[in-house]
Design a binder for this molecule. Structure first.
Ligand code: HEM
Length: 254
C-alpha cells in the first residue's frame, strides 16, 4: 500500500487527515482573528491589512485553494468515519454507543452551522452578494493616513487609495440579525474547536492520562479566548463603540 492509499483508505489514515486539515483550518481562523482585531486599532490598520492581503495576488489564490482543499478533505473524512463507525457499531444500544453518537452528532451539527456561516460570510464580505450596499467596492475609497508595515517592511504606503474594509465590516454588523448570526456561529465554531482540538491531540498521540486534564484546561481557555475575540467585533458595533467612517455612512444615506 502506498502512503497516499494508506492515508485515504484506512480508518487511522482518515483520522490523521482530519487532524492535519484541522490544524491548518485552526491556523487560518486564529490568524484571521488576529488580523481582524486590528479594527480596534484604527481604520488605517484594518484597511492597510486588507489591501496588503489582496495585493498578494497568486499567493492569496494558493492560500484560498489550500483552505478549500483542507475543508473538503476534512468534511469528506468526517462523513466517511461517521458512516464507518455506525456500520461497525450496528444496532448495539449500550452506553458507549449512546455517548459516542452524542459526541459525533454534536460535532456534525456545529460543523454544518460553521459551513453555512462560511458560505454567508464569503457572500457578505468577499463577494458582496449578501449586503451589496455595504460592500467595500460600493463604498467611498479610503486614503491611507500612514504606512502599513508587515514584519518591519512597508507593505502599503501612506496616501494609497484602498477599499474601506473597516467601514464594510462595521456597516455589515450594524444589521442586528447579521451580528447575532455571527455571534451564534462563532460560539458554535468555538464548541467545535473544543472537541476537535482534543481529538486531534488524541489522534496524533499527544494526549496521555498524565496531562489530559491540563490539556482540557488549556484547550478550553484557548477556545473561550477565541470566542471572546470574535464576539468583541460585532459586540462593539452593536454597542456603538465602533462606527463606520463618515464618508461611508453618508454614502448609504444618499
Ligand atoms: C467577527 C468575526 C469576523 C470578521 C470581522 C471577519 C471579517 C472578514 C473580512 C472583512 C473578510 C474579507 C476580506 C476582503 O475581502 O477584503 C473575510 C474573509 C474571510 N473570512 Fe472572515 N471574519 C470573521 C470571522 C471569520 C470566521 C470565524 C471564519 C471561519 C470559520 C472566517 C472565514 C473567512 C474566510 C474563509 C474568508 C475568505 C478569505 C479569502 O478571501 O481569502 N471569518 N472575513
Amino acid at each position: 500500500m502506498t502512503f497516499l492509499q494508506h492515508i485515504f483508505c484506512t480508518t487511522i489514515g482518515r483520522k490523521f487527515l482530519m487532524a492535519v486539515t484541522g490544524i491548518v483550518l485552526i491556523g487560518f481562523v486564529v490568524a484571521h482573528l488576529v488580523g481582524n482585531l486590528q479594527v480596534f486599532e484604527s481604520p488605517d490598520r484594518l484597511n492597510g491589512y486588507a489591501h496588503f492581503l489582496s495585493s498578494l495576488g497568486p499567493v492569496l489564490w494558493i492560500e484560498r485553494a489550500g483552505l478549500l482543499l483542507c475543508t473538503v478533505i476534512h468534511i469528506w473524512a468526517a462523513v466517511v468515519l461517521t458512516l464507518e463507525s455506525r456500520r461497525a457499531r450496528g444496532e448495539q444500544h449500550d452506553r458507549t454507543w449512546i455517548q459516542a453518537t452524542l459526541a459525533s452528532r454534536y460535532m456534525r451539527s456545529t460543523g454544518f452551522v460553521v459551513l453555512a456561516f462560511i458560505v454567508y460570510h464569503l457572500a457578505q464580505f468577499t463577494l458582496g452578494a449578501a449586503q451589496a450596499a455595504t460592500y467595500k467596492e460600493n463604498l467611498p475609497r479610503y486614503t491611507m493616513a500612514g504606512d502599513y508595515h508587515v514584519l518591519g517592511l512597508t507593505a502599503v504606503r501612506e496616501g494609497t487609495v484602498v477599499p474601506d474594509v473597516y467601514s464594510m465590516v462595521i456597516l455589515g454588523f450594524q444589521n442586528t440579525a447579521v451580528a447575532v448570526f455571527y455571534i451564534v456561529a462563532v460560539g458554535l465554531l468555538a464548541l467545535h474547536l473544543l472537541h476537535g482540538a482534543e481529538s486531534l491531540f488524541q489522534t496524533l498521540g499527544w494526549r496521555n492520562r498524565r496531562w489530559s486534564r491540563g490539556l482540557r484546561a488549556v484547550v478550553t481557555i484557548a477556545c473561550a479566548a477565541y470566542f471572546i475575540g470574535n464576539l468583541a467585533i460585532p459586540g462593539a458595533v452593536i454597542a456603538g463603540i465602533l462606527n463606520p467612517l463618515p464618508a461611508a455612512a453618508a454614502s448609504l444615506r444618499k
